[in-house]
Design a protein around this ligand. Structure first.
Ligand code: CA
Length: 358
């Protein structure tokens, strides 16, 4: 069984947690006259990654429809450490109806380098280092800007109203009461359709916001785990002090005791490279084998020498029956990935990963 362990990284490095509310009165956004809007925000960190959360409520002026604000409405919270040192954090929470209380609270964890924008909606970001500096130093939360579009549904409704008026005057000109009755029943149905459509859209938006927020937390945890495995792996390799062959594809195994673990890499032709078959016809080489414990064992294809296709990585506990933790590092397609797991019994084999070299 491959065990996925979440490694906790100290939160102390980015100790900030900031929460509060901001209110803005009497302004226009997306064609909606807004009497007041209050934003709840919470900035913090999880496993060394930034987290942002927020929601808002609003009231319209008399005559502003309760569903006037577009579902694409975004808020940009201005944060600053001084008059010339500031940036904006985007919140895209579910949009509530006027006087309907706070909308659904979204939590996100963007990368450091896509956290703080230089201006609202500019998509130009401060560097990861600058963003981290903000988080470390503490900052003031000053104000917020609303970025939105005029609501499509509203426009469509207006168009429909115009159409209705045209029809109405035509019917009046015809003075045909039978047709007029039909017209009113059609009009009522289409208003109901609109209402149901906007309800469904709102529900869908909340559903997608929940999925996005869960996904971002998962990704932040995964990034932190990869970072931790990378550190541990590099330490282990340094300790072993061996030179390993590398290239387009490289798979390296280490483990945590004096048992013998074996690395098997199956190439796109289905040929297995291991201690018993150190060179494959596809050019794969097992250049470092280990029987005494801790590894590393290393299989690689020299630059330009690997076949595109599916590769499989397996590990086997060859001797001993001690619980053995192993780590695997895979270089492929210009990226690096880490995996870990446990073998408990002699002869036990784990299929660690199958990946595609493109
Ligand atoms: Ca071995």
């Amino acid at each position: 069984m491959v065990c996925i362990c979440i490694v906790l990284i100290s939160n102390l490095a980015y100790g900030l947690e900031k929460k509060g509310t901001l209110t803005k009165n009497n302004f226009v956004a997306g064609g909606c006259e807004i009497a007041s809007m209050t934003v709840k925000y919470k900035f913090g960190n999880l496993l060394g990654e930034p987290t942002i959360a927020g929601s808002f409520k609003w009231k319209g002026n008399e005559g502003t429809p309760v569903d006037c604000l577009s579902y694409s409405t975004q808020l940009f919270i201005k944060i600053a450490t001084g008059p010339t040192h500031y940036g904006y954090i985007k919140l895209a929470p579910a949009v509530p109806k006027a006087a309907g209380g706070y909308g659904y609270n979204t939590t996100g964890s963007p990368n450091w380098n896509s956290l703080i924008q230089t201006r609202p909606n500019s998509e130009q970001y401060l560097s990861a280092d600058s963003a981290k500096a903000f988080w470390k130093s503490g900052f003031m939360v000053e104000s917020f800007e609303v970025v939105t579009t005029e609501r499509k549904i509203k426009k469509e409704k207006e168009k429909e109203k115009e159409k209705e008026k045209e029809l109405e005057s035509e019917l009046e000109a015809d003075n045909d009461t039978g047709e007029k009755d039909d017209f009113w029943s059609i009009s009522k149905n289409s208003a109901m359709d609109d209402y149901l459509k906007s309800k469904a859209a709102e529900k869908e938006r909340v559903r997608l916001a929940k999925i996005a927020s869960t996904k971002m937390i998962h990704e932040a945890k995964e990034r932190a785990k990869q970072e931790q495995l990378k550190k541990e792996f590099e330490k282990e390799l340094k300790k072993a002090g061996l030179t390993l062959g590398g290239g387009d594809v490289q798979i390296t195994l280490t483990w945590n005791n004096a048992t013998d673990v074996d690395l098997y890499v199956i190439d796109p032709n289905g040929e297995s490279i291991n201690y018993n078959n150190k060179k494959s016809r596809s050019g794969g080489i097992l250049d470092v084998d280990d029987q005494n414990g801790y590894g590393p064992e290393n299989v690689y294809w020299p630059s330009g020498g690997s076949l595109p296709g599916q590769y499989k990585v397996k590990v086997k506990l060859f001797s001993g029956s001690r619980s053995t933790r192993y780590k695997i590092r895979v270089f492929t397609n210009g990226r690096v990935y880490f995996y870990e797991g446990t073998l408990n019994r002699k002869g036990e084999t784990d299929s660690v990963v199958s990946f595609k070299r493109s």
